[in-house]
Design a protein around this ligand. Structure first.
Ligand code: AMP
Ligand code: MN
Ligand code: MN
Ligand code: MN
Length: 286
């Protein structure tokens, strides 16, 4: 799928990770595209969590304004009892194993949501399942962000980040361990559908150096090809760290804001630096 035949793509106009109302973003797919374009993005992948249902709308909006669009998804994965995210780029959303795999992950989210609500209830917060559902914008996709938005409205914290810290992360009352897809499954579905598997925001997982090495080795061995080096979730130190890893392991490098909503400064279109020298952009592989 040569989407950039014979021309160089300026790094600062590429954004290969963002969310719409199809998962836990606050803008409809067409509005995500319009916002990205208005902020100078010329190549965009929409990567909703475990769901590809927003891609047709986003692609049509992108075509209408001449923005290059890349089909994407962000798959929830469990590796070594940890949750990781794997982005698939240039996927075929119609590919049956990918569709079925995502469908199973979404189904698992319902049961998880019930357990999150039960944990919150024990902490004295009743009715959070119905409350979270009122914030859900895709009936098949309920996540912690929807609980967080409800809890903010109820006054349990000042913002979504505060709710995560107090209630929704490991050790807190609304946190429940959950088994997502395996790394091998997620990468396998992406590749079989014609896509490129990218390890999302690797700096977010709190990995020690030996875990970093074993994750990257495992990711490569199951067919992973790229990691996000520049992401709205990394600090400048992490840009350098993960660029070094990309070079050492021969992984391609990706760029993505992880935009979810207009209120979040650090994850906004058009605010990221370019890829550091010496890494190979993932879009050379498209
Ligand atoms: P889930 O897939 O339901 O576990 O939700 C994961 C999503 O929660 C991520 O994609 C982020 O959008 C959001 N999230 C995770 N941690 C935080 C945090 N500390 N602050 C704000 N949002 C977060
Ligand atoms: Mn999210
Ligand atoms: Mn993520
Ligand atoms: Mn994301």
């Amino acid at each position: 799928m040569p989407i950039f035949p014979g021309r160089t793509v300026p790094t600062h106009t590429v954004d290969l990770h963002c969310h719409s109302t199809r998962s836990d973003g606050l803008l409809a797919p067409r509005d995500v595209v319009a916002r990205a374009a208005a902020r100078g993005i010329g190549v965009l992948a929409v990567t909703d969590h475990d769901d590809t249902g927003g891609l047709d709308e986003a692609r049509a909006a992108a075509q209408a304004i001449g923005l290059e669009f890349v089909n994407g998804v962000e798959i929830s994965v469990t590796w070594n009892d940890r949750t990781l995210h794997v982005v698939g780029l240039c996927i075929d959303p119609q590919h049956a194993p990918l569709r079925e795999g995502l469908q199973a992950i979404r189904a698992g989210r319902h049961h998880r949501a019930e357990r999150i609500a039960a944990g919150l209830e024990e902490a004295g917060i009743a009715g959070s399942l119905d409350g979270a559902r009122a914030f859900v914008t895709n009936p098949e996709l309920v996540g912690r962000t929807h609980f967080a938005r409800y809890l903010v409205r109820q006054g349990y914290a000042r913002d979504v980040h505060g709710v995560f810290k107090k209630y929704l992360t490991a050790g807190k009352p609304g946190y429940v361990p959950h088994r997502w897809a395996s790394l091998e499954q997620a990468v396998g579905w992406i590749k079989a559908s014609g896509g490129v598997a990218v390890l999302a925001h690797p700096g977010r997982y709190g990995l020690r150096s030996f875990e970093r090495d074993s994750l990257l080795e495992r990711f490569l061995s199951v067919g992973g090809e790229a990691i996000e080096v520049i992401t709205g979730s990394h600090s400048p130190d992490e840009y350098a760290l993960w660029a070094g890893c990309a070079r050492r392991y021969g992984l391609l490098a990706s760029v993505g804001s992880d935009f979810h909503d207009p209120g979040e400064g650090r994850r906004e279109f058009g605010t990221l630096p370019c890829l550091p020298a010496g890494v190979k952009p993932v879009w050379e592989r498209f």
